[in-house]
Design a binder for this molecule. Structure first.
Ligand code: HEC
Length: 176
């Protein structure tokens, strides 16, 4: 009943907008759903700072030779643990076309589009998806060559322009 009323009100509100040449979406998320989406975005931004800061600190202080465990590999192990525990999913992606590990190449439409957008200069790419009846935020952020040390194992990063992304982090968080 309430749902029907919402649509009725929505169409009533829409008519003058359409006449005025403006578009309006009746199926748009309710304010409560949007608050959930905003919280998921905020958590993603926090995780992004946390993971990237950890990778830089580990590389700076612990990675001396190309035989050392790369911070990226430690991060992938951490991402696996977070997924196993049911928190969220993160993937370390290549944006150069020459990944060390083929599994780190973009794997689906979202990841390919994200890499394209980030290479074009965007700092954030997102999509809201529904899986098993739950809403999820998928978001990707760029990784530039933050330290000269990164080129120790990724020789081709020397060709990257300053601030050009060579990789990305791709997140999937449940919207609650
Ligand atoms: C000690 C060698 C080493 C160093 C230093 C290193 N990496 Fe890596 N990196 C690797 C290895 C090995 C992988 C593959 C990890 C895997 O998939 O298990 C990898 C994976 C990656 C990937 C995913 C794409 C790919 O090539 O598979 C990105 C992006 C990346 N590293 C960025 C960086 C950045 C940025 C730095 C500097 C902060 C850095 N790496 C420093 C060895 C290194």
């Amino acid at each position: 009943m309430l749902y029907r009323l919402r649509w009725l009100l929505c169409f009533a509100a829409m008519t003058p907008l359409v006449i005025a040449g403006l578009s309006y979406q009746c199926g748009a998320a309710s304010p409560a759903e949007d608050a959930g989406l905003e919280r998921a975005r905020q958590t993603t931004r926090m995780l992004d700072d946390l993971y990237k800061t950890a990778v830089v600190l580990i590389t700076q202080h612990y990675v001396e030779a190309d035989s050392d465990l790369p911070a990226g590999s430690a991060a992938i192990a951490l991402f696996d643990a977070m997924k196993q525990k049911g928190w969220h999913e993160v993937r370390l992606l290549d944006a150069t076309g020459q990944p060390i590990e083929e599994k780190n190449a973009p794997q689906d439409e979202f990841e390919s589009a994200a890499v394209r957008e980030l290479l074009a200069g965007k700092s954030w790419h997102e999509e809201v998806i529904t899986r098993d009846g739950n809403r999820y935020l998928r978001a990707a952020t760029p990784i530039p060559v933050v330290l000269a040390k990164c080129t120790m194992c990724h020789d081709h990063y020397k060709e990257a322009k300053p601030n050009q992304p060579i990789g990305a982090l791709s997140y999937t968080l449940r919207i609650e």
